[in-house]
Design a protein around this ligand. Structure first.
Ligand code: TRP
Length: 427
């Protein structure tokens, strides 16, 4: 079976949290173990500039996200792990795709429309107030991320589905306009992992400021877990496990037995404080080994940098040849470039057998004679066809002699075809 390419990027504007881990990083690392897939994971640092103009934050987030993937056991021999800005082919492809993308498509992008709506609600005179071209055309950069590696499956959150559809549209437009060079990618949305609750019970997300950083130091982890919202049930009162953020987070890391034990503790009226302590101890134990690895990597960023360079080399080995094809398809070529299509036709003719050439020649002769049908009829209907044929050939021969180059060639061809047709009459 053909190899499926899986690709996803994480924007480098925040600190990786438990939602990122369970929703994206963990399943992605597991997918690298499937021998029928090739994985491409990258730090989307060009994307970071779209929404964050704090350089320290972008730089720190890039370190943290890179170290997180490695600390969680990503095997960089099994996956291509790179930083977007190390791949100059991506911004180059972005421009070529920008020229393939209608402005109307970008007008419909959710992120842009949400900003316009916010301006409208705020009564702003300029509906594009504060909106950069980066935000406006961000789906094209994302399309380039994906198309550059001809990825088939793109694991993303629901909010990103529209962008994958736009990448398909843009790929289709390129393929149709120039040449079929791009795979049409598909979004892969895991419903289950969408449900990771944050401290306030809503989906865990940077934008809600309700996250638990994956490698928070022990004290911070305890503090954050203590902030999880609970209801007013007293100790001893049975509690609804499925509606509790504490239970849900516990459950996401637990095996069957651990999960069943916690569920019965809830039914038996565990106090909220106690439940929080259990969750803290459980998570702290689960995360302590990768946290140690993470801290080591954060203190040895040269090693992380080396991993990213290795990934960039692998990624560019894929990107550069495809970009070359894209440039050529669009007409960006060395001045001396000869289109392979013309070459192909030449070799096609060379490969023809004598029989095939004879058939082509016969077809050509028939076509000429069809054009001279009236002469053929004239001879066929003549009382003395041989005399008629000789007369016509003599007259034509004289006519041809007086013609100029191009017309002469055509008339000569016709004369030759007639002579061959009338060969038996002209003896
Ligand atoms: N825009 C995505 C996000 O905010 C991150 C991203 C950038 C991405 N390029 C990508 C995801 C390509 C998948 C494929 O989550």
């Amino acid at each position: 079976m053909s190899n499926t390419r899986v690709l996803t990027g994480i924007t480098t504007t925040g600190t990786p949290h438990i939602g990122n881990y369970l929703g994206a990083i963990k399943p992605a690392i597991e997918a690298t173990l499937n021998p029928n897939t090739s994985s491409f994971f990258f730090l989307a640092d060009y994307h970071a500039l779209i929404k964050c103009h704090d350089p320290e934050r972008v730089a720190q987030s890039t370190r943290e996200i890179a170290a997180t993937w490695l600390a969680l056991g990503l095997d960089t021999d099994k996956a291509t792990f790179y930083r977007q800005t190390d791949i100059p082919e991506i911004p180059e492809l972005t421009w070529i795709l920008t020229c393939m993308c209608s402005k109307g498509l970008m007008n419909r992008a959710h992120a842009y429309k949400a900003s316009v709506d916010a301006n409208r609600e705020a009564g702003s005179e300029d509906l594009d107030d504060g909106i950069t071209m980066g935000l406006f055309s961000y789906p094209i950069l994302m399309a380039a991320d994906i198309l550059m590696f001809n990825a088939h499956k793109i694991p993303v959150g629901k909010d990103q589905i529209q962008h994958i559809e736009m990448a398909r549209d843009i790929a289709g437009k390129f393929n149709h306009t120039y040449e079929e060079l791009f795979v049409l990618p598909e979004a892969q949305v895991d419903e289950e992992t969408q449900l990771i609750p944050g401290l306030d019970g809503r989906k865990m997300s940077k934008s809600y400021d309700n996250t638990i950083p994956l490698f928070a130091p022990t004290d911070q982890l305890r503090k954050l877990i203590n902030q999880i919202k609970t209801d007013l049930r007293e100790p001893g009162e049975p509690k609804d496990a499925d509606n509790s953020t504490i239970f849900q987070l516990y459950n996401l890391f637990a095996n069957k037995d651990e999960s069943a034990a916690m569920r019965s503790a809830f039914e038996n009226g565990i106090a909220w404080g106690e439940a929080k302590r259990e969750l803290f101890e459980f998570l702290d134990a689960k995360l302590s080994a990768p946290r140690t690895g993470y801290n080591e990597l954060m203190n040895n960023l040269d090693a992380v940098e080396a991993e990213l360079h290795k990934g960039a080399e692998k990624a560019r080995a894929e990107a550069a040849p495809l970009l070359e094809k894209v440039r050529i398809a669009a007409g960006i070529r060395p001045l001396t470039y000869v289109a392979p299509k013309a070459e192909k036709q030449k070799t096609k003719q060379k490969e023809l057998t004598a029989e095939e050439l004879a058939r082509i020649e016969e077809g050509r002769r028939r076509a000429i004679l069809r054009g001279a049908q009236s002469l053929l009829d004239q001879v066929a209907n003549a009382g003395d066809p041989a005399a008629e044929a000789k007369a016509i050939v003599a007259a034509k021969t004289e006519e041809v002699a007086g013609l100029k180059k191009k017309a002469k060639q055509k008339a000569e061809n016709e004369l030759e075809a007639l002579k061959a047709e009338w060969a038996s009459l002209l003896v």
